[in-house]
Design a protein around this ligand. Structure first.
Ligand code: HEC
Length: 203
């Protein structure tokens, strides 16, 4: 079983680009990676996610370009909390709770409440099987997935900036970043999410 704290160490230790370049060469997950055990752990995570996918998704993933695979791996490498049970929907609701806690912290001028929630949001859980199984088979192609990295940057990147702003006592900067984060949420939903909660029992 993979040690999650070890993966966190991996993510901290390796430059992202190096880690990704090693993980996503020509084959789906090539064996030619660093001898370091942390790198091997990251590779094991990816292999186990792919092993969980149905063959039709596996073959779509296999067809992705190296750039796209790198972008997907970059997102994975930035998160150390890998769930073996949570669905993306559950993760999203936790993310929303953290978002709300961030805004509560800003409104009550609490640097620690704001910064903790922002960092938790930036390092949200990765759902079981990774993100791809929840995005819909029709979205697993280079064209659609090209935008994934920029949504991740605008959410996670700005959440980390927001944590720093709050810790510096700059709540107006933090408040401004809240808007940029929510644009990232909304943008990603527009591409990858259906209208939530519809019923097929209505005409
Ligand atoms: C990588 C793209 C992406 C980003 C970024 C993203 N979401 Fe989501 N979100 C999704 C997808 C896909 C779903 C649909 C998941 C499903 O139903 O399986 C979803 C669903 C949701 C839901 C509905 C859950 C339900 O019950 O159907 C909420 C709430 C939500 N997201 C909140 C957020 C918030 C808040 C942010 C930003 C802080 C955010 N999301 C950022 C992709 C994203």
């Amino acid at each position: 079983m993979l040690r999650k704290n070890k993966l966190l160490k991996t993510v901290k230790t390796y430059s992202l680009t190096a880690a990704i370049a090693l993980s996503v060469g020509g084959a789906m997950l090539p064996n030619a990676v660093s001898a370091d055990s942390g790198m091997d752990d990251l590779k094991k995570v990816l292999q186990s996610q792919i092993a969980m996918m149905r063959p039709e998704l596996q073959s779509k993933v296999k067809d992705l370009s190296t750039d796209t695979k790198m972008a997907v791996m970059a997102i994975l490498a930035m998160h150390s909390r890998l769930s073996d049970e949570a669905t993306l929907r559950q993760v999203m609701l936790e993310v929303l709770a953290d978002y709300q806690t961030m805004s509560m912290g800003i409104m009550t001028d609490s640097a620690e409440m704001t910064a903790d929630a922002a960092r938790r949001l930036a390092n949200h859980r990765i759902p079981v099987g990774g993100l791809l199984p929840y995005l819909g088979l029709e979205n697993i192609n280079d064209g659609k997935l090209a935008v994934l990295g920029s949504f991740n940057d605008s959410v996670e990147g700005n959440a980390l900036k927001l944590a720093e702003a709050a810790e510096k006592g700059n709540m107006s900067e933090a408040a401004g970043l809240l808007g940029q984060i929510s644009s990232g949420c909304v943008g990603c939903h527009a591409v990858f999410r259906e209208y939530p909660g519809t019923s097929d029992l209505m005409k």
